[in-house]
Design a protein around this ligand. Structure first.
Ligand code: AMP
Length: 370
């Protein structure tokens, strides 16, 4: 069976690696010739707007999926004429526009932070008056890893904030005084079966995911049940097939949804070592029409991203309990170059391995900058 993937970054690369043992072959389509998955599997380069190229790509494929949610919806719809596209293009449409996404969440009973549509300086001002300060203005489209947004505090004019994000269609959100950020990886099969991995606790640095832990510390059955119910509502509402990630804010035992990713997600990389079946394998199983694998844990897991500088590979590889994954990408500030997976038999041991890894990274960045 051959599965086509739109986008060929590290997520695609890890999908391809997970596909080999199941006899699933992947082919990628990406505008960038040196995209990370191209080292592992065939890569066709072209524009997502070139429907003739997409038709050529579709030849011989059994299904198409994506590893990047900003693929033009029209590209996914065009491919749908020649081959099944999973998850369906509606999931892309919802995920690409923060306003559509929040309206959709509410329509299926999943509560986001309070929000208002902003299309003008006066809308921005009215939203501040209604939501109160602080609040946060985000572009509806194209934002990721904290880009395209600005936090409004007491000394900020709403109209300036709107100019700062480029004067484009936006949403204003009430600022959530969250305890922490959690995410949930879930998967739905072609027959409608839903499975969820346990909740993941996430820490960001400079707006980029730094550390994920699964299980989340001090997670409760109540929190997990809320998250699972939200995932089921979104998956069923979109008639979704594949892995879906939901990002939440935890607030006094309650979950508010922040956003969704209609694809495998950085906060699920720990599943490679830490779950019976990884997010990558389960996504492919779903898309290929195979039965889903178990989302049970193998231990206390974590994932640390390797961002920006060339990582100290030999030192990290020598560290007991750390699994190094490199994506074959050139170092660049803020670029995700790889990650480390951890799966320990106790929570305390997990913390010890995280600390050892952090200390190696600190030493290495001190030697790079010094
Ligand atoms: P996003 O691009 O929406 O994932 O936002 C990036 C980060 O900004 C999140 O991971 C949060 O740490 C923070 N953030 C976003 N929206 C809010 C909000 N409404 N209240 C508080 N913090 C937020």
């Amino acid at each position: 069976m051959i599965i086509g993937v739109l986008g060929a970054g590290q997520l695609g690369r890890m999908l391809a690696l997970a596909g080999y043992p199941l006899g699933l072959r992947l082919r990628f389509f990406d505008p960038t010739p040196d995209a990370a998955a191209g080292e592992i599997a065939p890569l066709m380069t072209g524009s997502y707007n070139d429907h003739a190229a997409l038709q050529e790509f579709a030849k011989g494929l059994d299904a198409v999926t994506y590893e990047f949610e900003n693929v033009p919806v029209e590209a996914a719809r065009a491919l749908g004429q020649w081959v099944p596209v999973l998850p369906g293009p509606r999931a892309l449409e919802v995920a690409q526009d923060r306003l559509v996404e929040k309206d959709f969440f509410r329509s299926v009973g999943v509560e986001p932070a309070p929000y208002r549509q902003v299309d003008s300086p006066s809308d921005a001002q009215a939203a501040v008056e209604e939501l109160g300060l602080p609040c946060i203005l985000k572009t509806r489209r194209g934002g990721y890893d904290g880009k395209g947004q600005v936090v409004l505090r007491a000394d900020f004019y709403a109209a300036d904030a709107w100019q700062e994000i480029g004067g484009v269609p936006a949403v204003m959100e009430g600022f959530v005084p969250f305890r922490r950020e959690l995410s949930l990886l879930s998967v739905r099969s072609a027959t409608g079966e839903v499975r969820c991995w346990p909740l993941v606790e996430n820490e960001h640095r400079d707006g980029i995911l730094h550390l994920s832990r699964c299980p989340a510390r001090e997670s409760t059955d109540g929190l997990q049940e809320q998250a699972n119910a939200h995932a089921r509502a979104v998956l069923e509402g979109l008639d979704y097939v594949g892995v879906l990630a939901l990002e939440f804010f935890e607030l006094e035992g309650r979950l508010l949804v922040n956003e969704m990713a209609p694809r495998v997600h950085n906060s699920g990389h720990w599943t490679i070592e830490g779950a019976q079946c990884s997010q990558f394998e389960n996504h492919l199983r779903a898309v290929a029409g195979l039965p889903l694998g178990s989302t049970e844990l193998r231990g206390y897991s974590a994932m640390l991203n390797l961002v920006g500088d060339t990582p100290p590979t030999a030192e990290l590889a020598a560290c007991e309990g750390l699994h190094v994954h490199l994506y074959g990408k050139e170092p660049r500030p803020g670029r995700k170059l790889g990650h480390m997976g951890i799966c320990s038999s106790t929570a305390a041991e997990r913390e010890a391995v995280i600390e050892r890894a952090e200390s190696l990274l600190r030493k290495s960045s001190a030697s790079v900058s010094g």
